[in-house]
Structure formats: structure tokens, C-alpha cells
Design a protein around this ligand. Structure first.
Ligand code: DX5
Ligand code: ZN
Length: 223
């Protein structure tokens, strides 16, 4: 099954509870939570306190995407706040192996996030330990940017190796098929869901489309 992970970055935070319930009731699988520190990326979002609040609002797995310097200093706090999956950027730390170890020690799923220009070689030494790889199709920092197609090549290579891949940035109903065809297992979409007129209906359309496209992909691989 292809999992859909709406990014709350583009939701209306004045009605966070309603926004979460709308997409959860419509059948999304995961919540993608973008943590920005104003250093690693030129934007600031929210931290463990807000994750703790969100944890009380939903049973969905919380997919915490850390766009922060020195993620090693924050793994325990995010894990205790309720994160289930934790991804980080290798450029933000001197010891990616240690960050993965910390995440695993907390019993959480670990992922490395690759910027559009970060080569695959960076993640290769860690593939055994990682639960998935997050391939970015925008430069991290803001929601609502345009999709960059080149990183899909990394998605193809990783998925052919049997690696689970999450793709994040600029994904909308109009281009999700090509992302699934490249081999994505987890799809993040922020503005593509929350900036549409009816986010619940959009989630349902995403699910229909990804299920249909995946069926084609499996069929093609078998015959
Ligand atoms: C970008 C974030 C993304 C972003 C996705 O820095 O990591 O998760 O919120 O939003 P859209 O789908 O609007 O590109
Ligand atoms: Zn993200």
C-alpha cells in the first residue's frame, strides 16, 4: 500500500484539531510534521511541545522531518513528545550513524532526508540501518514550492534495491502518478492537500490515484 502523509505545514493552524480530523477521517495514513530551526533552513516552525499536543489529537503515526542543525541533540525530546518516525538531514550533523543509533534506541523508525542535490552515495553506508529514505523534490524550507523532477532518479534506484522511499515536496494530484511510478512508498503533500477547496476530498482522490497507479506498477513488474 502507498501511504499518504499530509504535511501540516500548509494547514490552518487556528483550527489544527479540525484539520487533522478531516484528513484522518478521509483516510490518510501518517501525519508529516516539518520541524525547522531558522539555521539549517531559513524558516522556523514548531518543536516538541506542539508535537506533544498533536499526539493527543490523533492515533496516526507521526512522521517528524527534522530540518535542524545538530539533530543528535533533539532525538530524545522528539521521541518523548510522540514522534514515531524521525528523519534528519546528513548535512546537519557530523555523525549520521550516531543519530540513527539514537533514533533506534528510542524504538522509532529512522530515515535520512536527501536534498534534491545531495547524491545517493551519502545514504548508501547507512541503508542497512535505515527504515526508509526521504527523497526531497524541493529544497527544504517552505511549503508550496514547485516540484523538482530530477531526484526521481534516486527514487527509482533506491526502490529497485528494495529500499522504502518517501518523497516530499511539490506533490499534487496532478503529478503524484509519476512519483508512484518511480517507486515511492510514502507520499508527502502539504499545499497539494490543505490549499485545495476540500482537503478531505483531495485525500480520498490521492488515495484512489496512488492505489490505482501502484496496481499498474505491480502488474507491470509481474508480467
Ligand atoms: C519542505 C517540507 C515539506 C513541505 C511539503 O521543506 O519538508 O514537507 O511542507 O509541502 P508542499 O507539498 O506544499 O511542497
Ligand atoms: Zn517535510
Amino acid at each position: 500500500m502507498i501511504e499518504l502523509a499530509p504535511s501540516l505545514l500548509s494547514c490552518d493552524f487556528s483550527k489544527l484539531k479540525q484539520e487533522i480530523h478531516t484528513i484522518e477521517d478521509a483516510g490518510c495514513d501518517v501525519l508529516h510534521l516539518d520541524i525547522m530551526d531558522g539555521h539549517f533552513v531559513p524558516n522556523i516552525t514548531f518543536g516538541p511541545v506542539v508535537i506533544k499536543g498533536i499526539r493527543k489529537l490523533t492515533k496516526l503515526p507521526l512522521d517528524v522531518h527534522l530540518m535542524i542543525e545538530h539533530p543528535e541533540n533533539w532525538i530524545t525530546q522528539f521521541a518523548s513528545a510522540g514522534a514515531d518516525w524521525i528523519s534528519f538531514h546528513p548535512e546537519a550533523t557530523d555523525d549520521a550513524g550516531k543519530v540513527i543509533e539514537l533514533i533506534k534506541k528510542q524504538g522509532k523508525l529512522a530515515a535520512i532526508a536527501l536534498n534534491p542535490d545531495t547524491p545517493l552515495e551519502v545514504v548508501e553506508p547507512y541503508l542497512q540501518e535505515l527504515d526508509f529514505v526521504l527523497v526531497m523534490t524541493v529544497n527544504p524550507g517552505f511549503g508550496g514550492q514547485s516540484f523538482i523532477p530530477e531526484p526521481l532518479e534516486k527514487v527509482e534506484i533506491l526502490s529497485q534495491k528494495g529500499v522504502r522511499v518517501e518523497v516530499d515536496g511539490g506533490i499534487k494530484l496532478e503529478n503524484v502518478e509519476r512519483v508512484v511510478k518511480a517507486g515511492a512508498q510514502i507520499i508527502v503533500s502539504g499545499s497539494g492537500i490543505f490549499k485545495t477547496e476540500d482537503p478531505g476530498a483531495t485525500v480520498r482522490k490521492f488515495k484512489e490515484l496512488t492505489t490505482k497507479t501502484q496496481r499498474h506498477r505491480v502488474h507491470k513488474a509481474l508480467y
